[in-house]
Design a protein. Sequence first.
Length: 402
Amino acid sequence: MAAVSTTKKSKNGLFGLLGGKSALQQENDRLAAILSATPAHYCGWSDEGEIFYSRGFCPLLSLGDVRHFADIQSVLAPGDAATLEGMWQNLSGTGKPFDFSARSKTGSKTFRFKGAPGTMRLLWVEDITRETEAQKIRDTEQKQDIAMLTAAIDHLPASIWLRNDRQDLIWVNETYAETLGISQDEIIAQQREISPPPKAKKKAATFTLLPGREQAAKALTEMKTQNVHAHVITTAGDRLLMNIFEIPLPAHNMTLGVARDITRQEELATELKRFKAVNQELLQQLRTAIGIYDSDQRLEFYNTAFSQLWGLDDGWLNTRPRLSDIMEKLRETRRLPEQADFKKFKQSWLSMFTNLIDPHEDMLHLPDGSALRMLVIPNPLGGMMMTFEDVTSRLELESSYN
């Protein structure tokens, strides 16, 4: 330990050394008042080896007196005492300031030591035990929160990962590891992507943006979430379709990755397309005119009988016109019943998109004398199907019998 001998000492502090000079007395009093208001106490040595310290310095460290620097070290834990000695020697030799927290020898207290260069070398000390204990409690609670959050994320049914600003994987959850069949540490060490990069030819044909590093780099550069679809083969040999997201975290210059399994959704979408194709092929063969409209009131499907009944061009029908546009065309060609208030009549049809719950049936008597049986069936997901059957001959036959 460093031993600093003294020829003089003052328990009245710095101003006890200067107090004999009456010309400085007023300035001394002012500075003494400022120092007494600070929460820290000080001890220092002049270039002549004179020691001085504030009244509270010794009581704070449970010292009776300070004759040597070793006296201060004696109340500290050995490791902290040696560190403080080295810092004090640097301050004395090079003027390098320091700010250091040290534990007492008993471990019951924590002190903050600060060294500042100047005409007289000063060692400031402050008891920060209460603040340190409070911070320990906060740190413990934070670690518990992080552990709980990490455990929750680990068991989410989605692969999640973090990348640094170089797009390196720095953390993955357990679901990610289970998908690849290796440990989390191995994934980080090997930088194993959940979706391996495709071959050059396949990339050109399939991807506009490569999943993985390229996707993460773009997310971080544009500060905008990037997502792509990619296939992943698990250790069990299952081929999964994943929706892969790379989300920028600007505050940390990192990206958060999430891979969501949408294989089932893809299968359902494929089945639905196949089912619709079969149904439409069947509807195409019927003699009844059929028009199906989506939730935006646009024509989604029609059969040949529909275009023939209304005398509408297939090219125009394929542009998916709205029902209101179709009604306007039919009005121009006098293919709808004559109406005193056509606007009200048109609105009665359009309102069925939102008001119709059960199937609705009606008879339409056209200007050319023909009669159509109209059946409107609402779609629970939005839109409706309209069928039109020419019943003119049947009505004429019934009329002849009556």
